[in-house]
Design a protein around this ligand. Structure first.
Ligand code: SF4
Length: 253
C-alpha cells in the first residue's frame, strides 16, 4: 500500500501540473459512501461521489450525478470532518462520480486526503485525458473505464470523440506506472461478439495487463430493482483470461 511520503516517484509530462488554485470548498460532491469494500478491491475505503459527467451512458447507475450541479450537494468540510473520525479505520479514500476529473478542485482535495494519511484511489471514465495526466502522480490507484472498442464508444456514451479521449487516458495511465485496473461493463445491447473481440484486441494492443469485465446490472426505473444482463460469451472471458494476467470477471456488483 502506498502512503504519503512512500509513493513511487512518477514523472508527469513537462507542463502538466495539477490545478491547486481552485478552491477545494468549490468541489461539487453529490454523496459519500462511508464504507466500501468493493470500490477499491482489497481495501476498506470511503468513496466520494463527485457531481457532473460529460457523458451520458444508457446504463449509468448514477444518472443523477451527470448534471454539473446537483440538488443536495455535500460540503467538502463535511467530508473531511467524517474522514478525520475514520483515521486508522479506513485504508483509503476513492474519488468517484460522475467524473471526478471534471472538477479543477480535485487535486487540492486529493492533497488534503493524503495529508490525513489515507491512500487515494480514483475512478475515471478518462473523459479528460489532459486533466488526468497531472493527477496520476497524486494517486495510488486508478480504475479506468474502457467502455467499448472505439467503433462502439458513441453508442455507449452518447458522445462523439469519446473513444479518442478514453484511449488517450488509457495510454497515460499505462505510461504513468500507477497501480490500476482497466474495467469494462459489458452491455450486451452494444457489445456483441464482434465488438467484444475488437475490445480484447484493442486492450491487448495498448498493453493492458490488469482488466476486469463486469456484468451489467440495469436498474428498473419503476421499481428500483437491479436486474442482471446476460452473461458475456464464455469465449470472450476465456480470451481475456488468456491475454490479461490480472483478469477478473465480476458476474454481478
Ligand atoms: S461515464 Fe460513468 S458517470 Fe458518466 S454517464 Fe457514463 S456511467 Fe454515468
Amino acid at each position: 500500500m502506498n502512503r504519503p511520503g512512500s509513493a513511487p516517484v512518477r514523472d508527469a509530462p513537462a507542463g502538466a501540473r495539477p490545478d491547486r488554485d481552485a478552491g477545494v470548498e468549490g468541489l461539487r460532491i453529490a454523496g459519500l459512501a462511508r464504507l466500501s469494500t468493493c470500490d477499491w478491491p482489497g481495501r476498506l475505503v470511503a468513496t466520494v461521489f463527485c457531481q457532473g459527467c460529460p457523458w451520458s451512458c444508457g446504463y449509468c447507475q448514477n444518472a443523477d450525478l451527470i448534471p454539473p450541479r446537483g440538488p443536495a450537494p455535500l460540503a467538502w468540510r463535511e467530508v473531511t470532518a467524517l474522514l478525520r473520525r475514520r483515521v486508522g479505520l479506513l485504508d483509503a479514500v476513492v474519488f468517484s462520480g460522475g467524473e471526478p476529473t471534471m472538477q479543477p478542485a480535485l487535486a487540492t482535495a486529493i492533497d488534503e486526503v493524503r495529508a490525513l494519511g489515507f491512500a487515494v484511489g480514483l475512478h475515471t471514465s478518462g473523459a479528460y485525458p489532459d486533466r488526468l495526466v497531472p493527477l496520476l502522480p497524486l494517486v495510488d490507484w486508478v480504475a479506468l473505464d474502457i467502455k467499448a472498442p472505439a467503433s462502439r464508444y458513441p453508442a455507449v456514451t452518447g458522445r462523439a470523440a469519446s473513444a479518442e479521449r478514453a484511449f488517450a487516458s488509457l495510454a497515460h495511465v499505462l505510461a504513468s506506472g500507477v497501480e490500476h485496473e482497466v474495467r469494462t461493463t459489458i452491455d450486451p445491447a452494444v457489445l456483441d461478439a464482434t465488438a467484444l473481440a475488437e475490445l480484447a484486441d484493442a486492450l491487448t494492443a495498448a498493453g493492458v495487463r490488469t482488466f476486469a469485465a463486469q456484468r451489467l446490472l440495469r436498474r428498473d426505473p419503476a421499481t428500483g430493482i437491479a436486474v442482471a444482463a446476460a452473461e458475456p460469451p464464455a469465449d470472450f472471458l476465456d480470451t481475456c483470461a488468456a491475454r490479461f494476467p490480472g483478469f477478473t470477471y465480476r458476474s454481478a456488483r
